[in-house]
Each structure stands twice: as C-alpha cells, then as structure tokens.
Design a protein around this ligand. Sequence first.
Ligand SMILES: [Zn+2]
Length: 292
Amino acid sequence: MADDLCLLQIHAHPDDEASKGAGTSAKYAAEGIRNVLVCCTGGEEGDILNPAMDRPDVRADLAGVRMAELEASARAIGYDSVQMLGYRDSGMPDTEANARADNFANAPLDEAVERFVKIIRAERPQVIITYHEDRNWYPHPDHIRVWEISGPAFDAAGDPDRFPDAGEPWQPSKLYYVAWSMARVKALHAVYLDRGQESPFARWFEGENSMPDRDERFTTRIDVSEHLGARRAALLAHAKESAVVMHCLPAHRGEEITNDVLDGAASLVWRQVFHRRTAMIGVLRWIKEETS
Ligand SMILES: [Zn+2]
C-alpha cells in the first residue's frame, strides 16, 4: 500500500530541506512512503559561512558544491527523488543577483507554476509541504516565491484545462505549510539562559524583528523524535554553512540540550520542541476544500 503513497516537499535552496521538514520526510521514508524533494534554485547566492570551507576550490565551484551537499543531505533524509525546478537563486532584495532576469523571483509566475505542475503530475503526491504566506520574518524572495507558486500549482495540477502539455492531471489531497513554533523557540531559549549560555534565539524576541507567535495556527504535529539522526546528518551535509548557521550548529547544540532537559518530559511542549527542532514542523494544514 505504501508503494502508492507519496509525500512531496518543495524548498527554495539547497539546505532548506535540511532545516525544514527533514524529520518528517525521514519518518515517512522509514515507513516506506516515497519522498520527493523539489528544490527551486541552485543556491548560487549562498554565503560561505563556515571558515573551513572558504577555500578557492570551493569558491570556484560553489554551484557544484551546493549540489553535492544537496544530494548528500537528501540521501541522509531518505528522499527517493530530487527534482530541480531549474532557477537561479534570487539573492536578497537590492542585490545584483536580485535584478537578474533568470532568477526564480523574476521568472514569469506561470512558467514556474507550470514547471511545478509538471513535477506534481509526474510524481503524483497525495501530500505537499510548502512554506506559509507570512514571510515577513524571513523575506527571502525565493522563499516568498515558493509560497506564491505552491497554491496555484496545487490547484492547477488536477485541472485538465490548465497546462495541458505538462502531463496527465493529478490532484494532490492536502497542502501543508511548515513553520517555526514559538513554543519551541522559547523553550530552547530558556534552556540556553538557564545554563548561562548565549542564546542563538535572543534576536528572535527583539522589538520589530521579533518572530510572530503563530502557534495557534498549527493543526498537525508529527513526532519525529526517532529521526533526529537523519536530520542532523542532513544539516551536517551542508558543510559550507553548517559551522555557524543558526539552523545548524546552534540547532545541533539545541538538540543535545533538548535531549538532556526535555527527554521524557510529558506534554505538548515536549512534542512541540522536539518536533520544531527537528523539522520546524507543526505544520499548518490547508485542505483544499476548506479554502475558497
Ligand atoms: Zn532558503
């Protein structure tokens, strides 16, 4: 039966699949469900944040390095298939990369939707996980674009009148939004402070830039506590960034802290913390019939 089931996640850059939803796909992969990763860009504008990787040979082939990291990460999570949407990283607003015509954010919306529809029709997932609409907290143009194409592609994939050259129509059943849980962030932040350590989450609570609390929107939580190793391996596969990026080293440390302090503690917070930490997954559910 599992042969017929497919979970598809769409992400903006190589490394997003490791920091968002990794535990979820690892869990379903372990249950024999086919997992498909759609990566929209090559991550060409990523910074080399790990000093050990800031070498001429890495700089000369950044795109190749990122693809190799993506493959290793996807393998660690258990993805069966990695599909590139084929766009260039859009960079952050007001950068040179952001003005390029061949980047994801500047590509015609319908063209990007059609590419995604083509993958959905070929892979036939029942469930798609994407980003939610409120991108103020992290307004990367590529992350915004992922959301912008996901709803239209979800709707068009099953409609024979839309994109007739993009394959046999296939209507997925559910679209989920992945997001951070404030409960998880607060719990981890508190543990760092309790230990007298600097919290990587301090800035998340600062004034205008504080992360909004949207936890009431979560409809679905997935216990991925048995799949943390896969998530960790996926993060570490992105060596170019993994020494310092918030998702990686602090989260990696956070994993140990969470295990020490919260392991065995009952309650939702435990599940949220675990779950958030692993996959940022208290997913926001959006069932097609519930929207208009
Ligand atoms: Zn990204």
